[in-house]
Design a binder for this molecule. Structure first.
Ligand code: TSJ
Length: 696
């Protein structure tokens, strides 16, 4: 999939980006005094003196700015937990990618160093080193010490896309680091500057040597007094993001290296096909309906601010698979727009228009028949929608919904025209697509009836709750917990051992249906699933209403064996497809029953993993061969034991299932549930991939 010798950054699209629009440059500077201009290389003595004097003054102002970041880091990076820590890396990477989008950089390397710090390196032009008129500082120092100055100067030098969600600026990274080193290779020289203690310049930028290449190298050490929870970078998180960036920016080579382990790890990603390959990657373990990926692209100039013009770039790639779920992922400026927005709206408009036109023109859809709906059109569709916008506006609860209204029409036009042409030129593929959609439409009618009966049931209250459910007496969802328990015998213990006020028990008999492989009609006819939907009380997709759910903790309690893992994954797949907000909002948990019990001196000790068992053996000074019980299933515990070890909020340990990256989750689910058996097997032995540890 990767192409090692690829160097496509100088493709036509990016060439065109390079040319600045002279007439518009002035108005940008006039309208936006915060955008700093880079002064000439040539300076008079007088100007230099003045600059020196200003240097001290600006430095003080600057530090006040960075001090604000240190006081309220959450305002700038959202959280100081692991996600915030990684935000620092994204910020630096984004700056290097901007250089690539401008057409000047082909390689970006991300390195986790042995000492736990992080280095990002590119082969771009190098951050400007000459003095910036507005700040009196070198370009490099300006970028790292003036809030929001990052890369905005030198407007016209390239296509700027940062300033979106991550665009808090490199200075924020500096403010939150104990030290940060910058090397710039430019104009034959190596320039260096170091900052310490949250962005204090150690000494002004200095030329320290010669070179014959160009680029920027930034290394930073996150401040442990800011990132109290952790300063440890997660290789997997960084690798996934770096790979995503490589997919979204075709031809850009991105390498990620972890030098912490004894044996360093390194992976390199470069995709000549960009998002076309991304779609193939997502469909990797699915069965596509046809081989080609339908690709549309284009750009349009817009006046995004009064008097300021810029280009909006649109790229979409799609392919159908034989599954029933839709996997449409949208991005603006390389940021995943979880909540969709105008680009997704435009895509939907185009799909509806073109598919229906084509189906009618070819008489596959008769005159007297209703239009095909988007719900049917998107069934089994994997699509990536990626736009680049010079002035994105984000809306929505998590600010991940693209709000720019002009984007809808542009996407609709570009996708509409090119999809239409694709269908005309590929009638065989077009027929496969329309047939698939017609089948979805027929199945939907059948499913509607099954669905209706479920909805009727779940709309009424307690009297129609499933007989197997032992409900709790409290009616406050905030304090209510639903335990979904594998097997009737464990269900019995859980019913007796629970706190009846807040804990409800729903035993599941055997295995539930694999919803990834079953049609909607069968899913809703399944008794176990019906019970679950009724008990939870929020209905099901597309009408799932998370505000109506009856429990704010839904706890999956299964045996610690392969069957238990399987049931757990089936349940998670079901929630993912039909009650996704449950996962998004963190209402789903996995109970952690103990694996071992050691009786010693009239007391019982429980261990939840092998490590704990070893520690306990040492603590109690147990001789080798001292007996202990290994639990094979929940059924081996009596009511009291189950309560004490697994259900008592005071003692239990549960895992909260998080779903911060829908793509990752979707991939995990299909890798598991799709046609390939191997990834499922692998996963079952290592199933904590998308489950994050949480002590409750
Ligand atoms: F975030 C950052 F500032 F720390 C950072 C910036 C980190 C890394 C790894 C790279 C970069 C970066 C910035 N790479 N390349 C650039 N390019 C510029 O800043 C640049 C260079 C030349 C011109 C010009 O107009 O001549 C303009 C710009 C913005």
């Amino acid at each position: 999939m990767e192409d090692k010798n690829e160097n496509v950054v100088s493709n036509q699209e990016q060439e065109q980006v390079k040319k600045p629009d002279e007439t518009n440059q002035k108005s940008v500077a006039e309208e936006h005094p915060e955008i700093l201009e880079v002064s000439d290389l040539t300076k008079t003595e007088e100007e230099m003196d003045k600059a020196d004097a200003e240097y001290t003054a600006t430095n003080i102002q600057v530090l006040e700015g960075l001090e604000a970041v240190r006081k309220r880091p959450g305002m700038y990076i959202g959280t100081t937990a692991s996600a915030g820590l990684h935000h620092l890396v994204w910020e630096i990477i984004d700056n290097a990618i901007d250089e690539a989008l401008a057409g000047y950089c082909t390689d970006v390397d991300v390195i986790i160093n042995k000492d736990g710090t992080c280095t990002v390196k590119d082969n771009g032009r190098g951050i400007p080193v000459d003095i910036v008129a507005k700040s009196g500082l070198s370009g490099v120092e300006t970028v790292f010490t003036v809030l929001h100055a990052g890369g905005k100067f030198g407007e016209g030098g390239g296509y700027k896309v940062s300033g979106g969600l991550h665009g808090v600026g490199a200075s924020v990274v500096n403010a939150l680091s104990t030290w940060l080193d910058v090397y710039v290779h430019k104009n034959g020289g190596v320039y260096f500057v170091r900052f310490e203690n949250g962005g204090k310049t150690v000494a002004p930028l200095k030329r320290i040597g010669d070179c014959d290449d160009s680029g920027t190298i930034v290394t930073f050490c996150p401040d442990p007094t800011v990132f109290l929870e952790t300063t440890e970078f997660d290789y997997g998180i960084i690798r996934d993001r770096v790979r995503q960036m490589a997919y979204l920016n075709r031809g850009l080579r991105m390498t990620v290296t972890d030098n912490r382990p004894e044996e360093p790890v390194s992976e390199s990603f470069c995709y000549k096909g960009g998002i076309k390959e991304y779609v193939l990657f997502i469909n990797e373990h699915k069965t596509p309906v046809f081989n080609e990926v339908i690709y549309c692209e284009g750009r349009e100039e817009v006046e995004y601010l009064p008097g300021v013009k810029g280009h909006i770039y649109v790229e979409t790639a799609m392919q159908y698979n034989d599954g029933y779920s839709a996997n449409i992922f949208s991005f603006c400026n390389n940021i995943h727009t979880h909540e969709g927005g105008m680009h997704e709206g435009g895509f939907q408009l185009a799909m509806n228009r073109v598919i229906n036109n084509y189906a009618r023109k070819t008489k596959m859809l008769k005159e007297n028949e209703d239009n095909l709906t988007y719900d049917d059109i998107k069934e089994g569709l994997t699509a990536i929608i990626s736009v680049k916008h010079p002035n994105p506006q984000y809306e929505g609860q998590t600010k991940t919904k693209l709000g720019n209204p002009e984007v809808r029409k542009i996407v609709s036009q570009i996708v509409g025209e090119q999809l239409d042409r694709f269908l005309m030129e590929n009638p065989k593929t077009a027929k496969l697509i329309i047939d698939k959609i017609l089948m979805a439409a027929n199945a939907r009618v059948a499913a509607r009836n099954a669905r209706e009966s479920i909805r009727r049931k779940s709309a009424l209250d307690i009297t129609t709750l499933p007989g197997k459910l032992a409900d709790c007496s409290s009616k406050k969802p905030e304090e209510c917990e639903l335990y979904i328990v594998e097997g009737n015998s464990a269900g019995g213990s859980a019913k007796n051992g629970r706190n009846r006020e807040t804990q409800a028990i729903l035993p599941l008999r055997g295995k539930i249906l694999n919803v990834e492989k079953a049609q909607a009609k069968r899913i809703f006819a399944n008794a176990e699933i019906g019970n679950m939907i009724t008990a939870i009380g929020g209905g099901i997709d597309p009408e799932f209403d998370v505000s109506k759910i009856r429990y704010h903790k839904i706890v999956i309690m299964t045996d610690a064996d392969v069957d238990g893992s399987h049931i757990r994954i089936l349940l998670l797949t079901f929630f993912y497809r039909f009650m996704r907000p449950l996962l998004e909002q963190g209402y789903v948990y996995i109970a952690q029953p103990p694996l071992y019990k050691v009786d010693y001196n009239h007391k019982s000790y429980y261990c939840y993993n092998d490590e704990q068992l070893e520690v306990l053996k040492k603590q109690l000074n147990l001789k080798p061969g001292y007996p202990f019980q290994r639990y094979k299933g929940l059924g081996e515990m009596d009511d009291t034991q189950l309560w004490e070890t697994t259900m008592d909020p005071a003692n239990r340990k549960m895992l909260r299932v998080t779903m911060d990256d829908a793509i990752k989750a979707e991939k995990v689910f299909t890798d598991l549930m799709g046609d390939d058996v191997l990834p499922r097997k692998e996963f079952i032995h290592n199933n904590a991939k998308f489950v994050k540890n949480l002590d409750i």
